[in-house]
Design a binder for this molecule. Structure first.
Ligand code: SF4
Length: 439
């Protein structure tokens, strides 16, 4: 097992041992977790499909899947593969001929569920073509379409049934001397998705594609996916993900996927916005401010961290990691960087001034430019607005640190006294001259 590295800080990751390549994207074997989505257009509608592919690529998708249920979709696939900025996966069900044609049309990968493609002979025909064109396959099993002999088991042991179906699929691929594949097990149940992938990841070393199938609307689907996929990814399981959301805007799936990966420090994609939850101390319209900051940050690619605090009562220590931040009150607020005040500004100008500072930072080659007079004014404002008696986590941590330092000083002083009291006989003027009662 290998450790996968993303830019910036990483968490311990154990990805699949084997690696495959879809177009120019590496999957598994320590590669960063790949984000994929699926177009929601009729594939043969080229203008619509290509527009959506460009939008998802712009949002950061590494791979995109298109449904190929008809011959006209295969025809369209040729153009899509040629013009797409990211690799294309052709999604095939029930018809092995379409799978073969999709490979011949240039698809970078095909997705099929061997259980619904018409038997092992037909799977073998597809695999033979995939070998010839060196095209990988995503093989999958769905809780809703398990092979007949596992359907009884599904009622008593749904996780065991899913894993058994996946292992049978892997065995079929291996019997065809084909190893260029990744595996997915899809379930609408989050606990079953977690349990089955945990189990399968211990039994096979092929890359795993993760997804909670039919997860729901943007709200519920994002949460279910964050719990299901986030749990697995935090365990180091999963090489590629797709967030399935009931929306026609596939780019939303990509954004949610990146938020999950960013939260786990597995991928970096654009700025990270931190905002307090607000409370009764708030004195300005922070909802609008956060929305505006979030919107304007979309124009930046760098993984800069920006914090929005509703007030300065707790100081700015909680946001000391942020590259830039703002905190406001009724009439005035402050811009800060890495926990240090930069500038006091009117609350109504907080957002504009924040972005001026961010732009100055980039214009000067990522230097925080500090004007001492402005910083002093901001520090003064902060001292008037923060509540120094508030027991913030930072202040508690500082108190513990001070106490530990104090204890360390005491111990050092005691050790010094003890050392002075200790008589080193070899250097003592009375060395060798022991006195005893008998002497
Ligand atoms: S920063 Fe201020 S407004 Fe925000 S949650 Fe904390 S105390 Fe409340």
């Amino acid at each position: 097992m290998t450790g996968a590295h993303a830019k910036g800080r990483t968490i311990a990751v154990v990805s699949s041992k084997r690696q495959i390549r879809v177009g120019d994207v590496l999957i598994g074997g320590g590669a960063p977790v790949a984000v994929q989505t699926m177009t929601k257009t009729e594939t043969a509608n080229l203008p619509e499909t290509m527009a959506q592919i460009h939008r998802v690529a712009e949002a950061g998708a590494d791979l995109v899947r298109v449904a190929v249920p008809r011959n006209e979709d295969v025809e369209a696939l040729k153009t899509i593969v040629r013009d797409s900025p990211i690799p294309i996966i052709a999604d095939i069900h029930f018809n092995h001929t379409l799978a073969i044609k999709a490979i011949e049309a240039g698809a970078h990968c095909i997705r099929l569920n061997p259980g619904n493609i018409g038997g092992p002979e037909k799977v073998a025909e597809v695999v033979a073509t995939a070998k010839q064109y060196e095209v990988p396959i995503r093989v999958g099993v769905n809780s809703g379409s398990l092979p007949k002999h596992l359907r009884e088991m599904e009622f008593t042991d749904p996780v065991g049934a899913l894993v058994a179906a996946a292992e049978e699929t892997v065995a079929l691929m291996e019997s065809l001397d084909f190893g260029d594949f990744k595996v997915s097990m899809k379930s609408t149940s989050v606990p079953n998705t977690i349990a089955s992938n945990r189990l399968l990841s211990q039994r096979i070393d092929y890359p795993l594609h993760l997804g909670v199938t039919e997860a729901g609307t943007k709200w519920t689907g994002s949460l279910k996916s964050a719990v299901g996929l986030g749990t697995l990814l935090a365990d180091g399981i999963g090489d590629t993900v797709r967030i399935s959301l009931s929306t026609f805007h596939a780019e939303e799936e990509v954004k949610v996927a990146f938020e999950i990966l960013k939260a786990l420090k597995l991928r970096e994609k654009g700025p990270v916005l931190i905002a307090c939850p607000t409370c009764g101390r708030l004195q300005f319209d922070m909802d609008s401010v956060v929305q505006e900051v979030e919107h304007r940050l979309q124009a930046y690619d760098d993984p800069i961290e920006v914090s929005v605090l509703g007030c300065a009562v707790n100081g700015i220590g909680e946001a000391r990691h942020a590259d830039f931040g703002i905190t406001g009150a009724k009439d005035a607020g402050m811009i800060f960087s890495k926990g240090e005040p930069l500038k006091k500004v009117k609350t109504s100008e907080l957002v504009d001034e924040l972005f001026k500072e961010i732009d100055r930072y980039y214009a000067s080659g990522k230097q925080v430019l500090r004007n001492e007079a402005e910083a002093a004014e901001a520090t003064q404002w902060l001292s008037e607005n923060e509540d120094l008696s508030a027991m913030t986590p930072e202040r508690l941590a500082q108190m513990e640190k001070d106490k530990a330092a104090e204890q360390a000083d005491t111990l050092a002083a005691e050790a010094e006294v003890a050392e002075k009291a200790f008589v080193d006989e070899s250097s003592s003027p009375t060395a060798g001259r022991r006195f005893s009662r008998s002497a």
